[in-house]
Design a protein around this ligand. Sequence first.
Ligand SMILES: Cc1cc2nc3c(=O)[nH]c(=O)nc-3n(C[C@H](O)[C@H](O)[C@H](O)COP(=O)(O)OP(=O)(O)OC[C@H]3O[C@@H](n4cnc5c(N)ncnc54)[C@H](O)[C@@H]3O)c2cc1C
Length: 478
Amino acid sequence: MNATVDVELAVIGGGPAGLAAATLAAEGGASVLLLDEQASPGGQIYRNIEAVCDRRPAIAAALGDDYRGGLELVRAFRRSGAGYRPRASVWEIAGDGALAVVGDGGAEVLRARRLLVATGAAERPVPVPGWTLPGVMTVGAAQTLLKASGLAAGEAVIAGCGPLVLLFALQSIAVGAPPRAVLLSEGFGDYLRALPHLPRAVGSLDLLAKGWGWLRQLKSSGVEVVTGVSAVAARGGSAVDGVGFITGGGRRDIDAGLLLLHQGLVPNGHLLRAAGCAQEWDPAQACWRTRRNSWGATSRNDIAVAGDCAGIGGALAAAEAGRLSALDALYRLGHIGRAARNGRALPMAAALRRHLRPRPLLEALYRPPAEVLRPTAPDTVVCRCEGVRLAALTELRGLGVPGPNQAKAFSRCGMGPCQGRLCEATVGRLLSDEPPLAGRTPQTYTIRPPARPVTVGQVAALDGLAEPAGEVSGMLDR
Ligand SMILES: Cc1cc2nc3c(=O)[nH]c(=O)nc-3n(C[C@H](O)[C@H](O)[C@H](O)COP(=O)(O)OP(=O)(O)OC[C@H]3O[C@@H](n4cnc5c(N)ncnc54)[C@H](O)[C@@H]3O)c2cc1C
């Protein structure tokens, strides 16, 4: 237990970015270890892909060609000779290439000369009234149940915006569990806002046609589709039993025992922030992203990033970004020269640009509504771990509390097991100046390890962390 493994490159995250990077780096002669929280490689989009394609062909077919297309990426990774540690959560990146990991064998410290962080994205929290009621989930969570366990979420009301909403509604129909209704927040104004970005996206017409096709397919499926929806709220006592919302036609209410919410994705970057990598506010995606160059190099010499954790770009872009970072790692580790790196990178960089071309259009079209970014109903739960409501935060603001870290001290918001991942952006916005969306950067929590839950016993049994032994034994002596 607690053995120290030395590798040249440790890759954190087994999605398209991490898999493509680990494969290229291992094939290039580097010793590579990929660590991932999931039980099998694939990340979010290709979750459980080997087992689903092998044992649940009907579900694989329902998940679609984009899902099954990930199998080759996973197979290439399996063949590459890269080391693989599934069910391993990295909870700290220390200053000297040391990673604190908790997994099947307990906690341990691993050392790597270079790190590639490819921890992907998380769904943007959707703090609407009633979102903490049993029976309210995210679309991604429902899709995870389908991929991981073959469980379909039938009769759901799906509400939100973004490609995943349309995709999951169609996947549910394909497995015989159609939703009761799909409530889309995008409306005419969003299409107008997206229009100027159309010329740039023209090179990716196939992708735009796919999204348009999904919408048409959904509308012709018999499932009710409502556009321009606002003020979504879950109602119910001990569990959700209905969904209220406003459309052009006025206020409506639908009975439902399951509400699935989704308002796009945000980078999963807390581990990087805690490691001291500089981050910047991305106004188009309304989220924080880690600052990096075109190789994925961050402000820390030994850490690179790739994929959605560095800014939302989708699975194909993530894989290309992973390959570019792996090439740079091979160069910095002395396996290839600069000319070889630059030459091999050219087609990858071109492919990455192509995959990213439609993003401005998607970001303009699927911008989360102001009411989601900055809730207004006083009893809305903002920090769901600690049950802190909007009213409490408004009161703190009135008392002059200047930011999220101070609000944390007064209210415990951001102190629960998610470490503020779910409430950070909302709390930051609520405590920043009016007007709410005038391009001001929300403030953040200071993030400290552990980024994932770990027991005191596991930490105490660790070898390899700097020891505060003098102080501790002194305290025990007294
Ligand atoms: C719930 C969800 C469902 C999605 N479904 C689809 C879909 O059906 N179709 C589609 O086109 N796009 C989908 N997306 C978007 C798509 O997943 C991404 O665009 C793409 O997968 C990005 O690839 P990535 O390699 O950057 O990250 P990911 O695929 O997200 O992979 C990141 C991996 O890192 C692991 N990880 C995170 N933190 C740690 C840590 N501290 N220690 C160890 N491992 C860690 C995660 O478990 C995950 O396996 C989904 C996104 C989410 C969040």
